[in-house]
Ligand binder design. Sequence first.
Ligand code: G4P
Length: 282
Amino acid sequence: MTKTRRQMAEDLKFVDLVAELLDARIPRSSRNPDIDELVGGKPRLIVLNRADQADPTGTARWAAWFRSQGHAVLETDAKSGKGVAQFSGVIRETLKEKLAAWNEKGQVGRPIRAMVVGIPNVGKSTFINKVARRKSAKAGDRPGVTRGKQWVAVDSGLDLLDTPGILWPRFEDEQTGLHLAYTGAVKDDIMDTETLACHLMEELAQSYPDALIQRYKLDLPPRTGEEVGLEYGYALLERAARKRGFLKPGNETDTERMGRILLDEFRAGKLGTFTLEEPDEQ
Ligand code: G4P
């Protein structure tokens, strides 16, 4: 067992509920595959974070799906703080039976303890800081402070563990790796930037063609059905490069530059909001 996993197993013993942060743009890929086993039977709140960057209708579909799986759901934008105020209320509602049982046992005023878990870059530290209404940097960044387990009081009835549980992302198939790379959850050195951008072009052309048409003034050529996706993505990258005037000597298009720009603009939200994955039908 790795150190982080051991630490998380230790932390989990102390909490009544786990808030699992997911990237609302890629709720499947941003889930850790071992989360169920790790968390065991503890009640869980699914936080669809980065909701500001996701397609609202996609987020609504995912929220309904997670609810159908028996989880409580909260949609948030931790950066602006939108949705964060509901955190405490949703947790109380989720744990209402437990709270009633505590009351019956005379444990009135016992605070609920919760912790945040998620893969890197999903917004865990930002979320904890917003919930705790503070501006500080990551807790671990303060030098010279020996840290035991620290709790922040969200309100009089809810304590949140100061440090999040860091989960490793899944790498089960190529598409998962691509989605994590487009969104910046993993470094884009899984493949060269241009190839990554070709994949993104191709995927956006399928699911959000209007975003490409508007941003890059592209007329999307019909697909022949014979070319592989990557070739189609490359053809679009070339067209976009030409539209933007990214040319190299000899009138060759600078697709590498265009690829970097596509990824940057996608991540900066300049192309709009996207949900790249759909919940399973069953
Ligand atoms: P982590 O602890 O899970 O690793 O993630 P962290 O909170 O450090 O957040 C990573 C980046 O994502 C930060 O941006 C943060 O501001 C941004 N972020 C977190 N939640 C949201 C959200 O809901 N919406 C949006 N749009 N962004 C979010 P950064 O570039 O590292 O810093 P900065 O630009 O905010 O200064």
